[in-house]
Ligand binder design. Sequence first.
Ligand code: FE2
Ligand code: FE2
Length: 259
Amino acid sequence: MKVLFVADICGEVGLEMAEKQINRLRREEKIDFVVANGENAAPKNGINEKSLRRLLLAGADCITLGNHSFDCAEVLDFIDRSEELIRPYNYPQGTPGKGWCLLEKGAERLAVASLLGNVFVSNLPSPFAAVDDLLAEIKASCGVKNILIDIHAEVTSEKIALAYYLDGKVSAVIGTHTHVQTADEKILAQGTGYLTDCGMCGAYESVLGVDAALAIERFRTQRPVRFAQAKGKGQFNGCILEITNGKTISIKRINIVEK
Ligand SMILES: [Fe+2]
Ligand SMILES: [Fe+2]
């Protein structure tokens, strides 16, 4: 099967890039499943129902979240009834929503899970403490071999170590959160596809999607500044994985910048 993973979608520019690129890639690359990180899809981070609907219409099958999962309070109204929306698995028990979901298309099945790092990004239990339970839950529930994990984390070492811990246990570990695509895509020895960070879909001229002038003001004044997502020409980041029998056999980065 072929899976397109789309990096963090940031606001209106990110949504427009998703609308322009996902269905085209789906067609041209014969993609079976599209997974997109939507934690910054709403205008002030988080996800609202309108941006979720737009991403699904744009061609996404599953939307993952991250440290901004609950920034948009409206998410509580729909997260429990949105089959295709997942928040990190390692939130405390009882947190609304769920940490993984199963995608099915004909004979193809893919489990998608989300984990949040805890170094410099959250106080959640470490993903290393949660992932064994996650895999046991997936095995007991559907026994699917093809498993994709979105590790939403700040620190490269936490992501790389998690990938090596999971090598041979999952099909792919794809990093999100830093909004900067890394050039280290690889397939580990036991067949787990890996990329430290997939990047961002949003304004090309921006500081991680945020209006550069506002980010500069925060750094210069050392005072809180109300952020807004940047406008202007867009970029689309992602990666395409080819997965067979639970293992990744190819991984390709996507980096499209509008003219
Ligand atoms: Fe993000
Ligand atoms: Fe994040």
